[in-house]
Design a protein around this ligand. Structure first.
Ligand code: PRP
Ligand code: URA
Length: 210
């Protein structure tokens, strides 16, 4: 049975996504917002990490405390736009490794074209969070997760900022075991495969290439 997607309803996330959508938000502010929203989503996506008890010496006594029980994480951004989410992930989980998957969508066919894949060697011992701000048709996410699954990681989650219903449906059908986290579910795709109302081309807005 497919896992229900986590769609954020937190006011801080909603506020920041509204600023992200604004065509007048410049690249430097856009990057900062992507990082902050990613931090808030990673906070949710790591909620199920197992913990164990340890004794900690405080200035007064010994406290029974809980720490994360040695789970290893890897963030895998889909290039280019997923790169904008990496710093937010590492801010919360500095020990995580980072893999990269390069992929671009053909503007006419909307079919993803993979061009690069470099994953941590021990990915089979890691829980993976795939990062891409935009889940449009879902083709890029499905292909990236197909590639990652060939390396048998312990688990995979997919994290985006904005999802279209079309992408959510495809990703859930193709990878029902992958838990999806998104900041906002939008209305639909337009005839060019862009998310409406969306925020435009995420890669171009992060890197200022248009
Ligand atoms: C964007 C985005 C996703 C993809 C989503 O990347 O960052 O990777 O499109 O579309 P899909 O769900 O229909 O596959 P793009 O292909 O524009 O490449 P870029 O990040 O290099 O700009
Ligand atoms: N990729 C983007 O960057 N934006 C969209 O709306 C769709 C795909």
């Amino acid at each position: 049975m497919a896992k229900a997607p986590f769609i954020a309803d937190h006011p801080l996330i909603q506020h920041k996504v509204s600023m992200l959508r604004d065509v007048n938000t410049p690249s430097n502010q856009f990057r900062g917002l992507i990082k902050e929203i990613t931090e808030l989503l990673v906070y949710e996506a790591t909620r199920d990490l197992p913990t164990c008890e340890v004794d900690v010496q405080t200035p007064l006594t010994i406290a029974k405390c809980r720490v994360i029980a040695g789970r290893k994480l890897a963030f895998v951004p889909i290039l280019r736009a997923g790169l904008g989410m990496v710093d937010g992930g590492l801010e919360l989980v500095p020990s995580a490794r980072v893999g990269h998957i390069g992929m671009y969508r053909d503007e006419e066919t909307l079919i993803p074209h993979p061009y690069y894949c470099k994953l941590p060697k021990d990915i089979n011992e890691r829980d993976v969070i795939v990062l891409d701000p935009m889940l449009a048709t879902g083709g890029s996410a499905v292909d990236a997760i197909d590639q990652i699954k060939t390396k048998s990681p312990r688990s995979i989650k997919f994290m985006c900022i904005i999802a279209a219903p079309e992408g959510l449906k495809l990703l859930t059908e193709k990878h029902p075991d992958v838990q999806i986290y998104c900041a906002c579910l939008d209305e639909r795709l337009n005839e060019n495969g862009y998310i409406l109302p969306g925020l435009g081309d995420a890669g171009d807005r992060i890197f200022g290439t248009k």
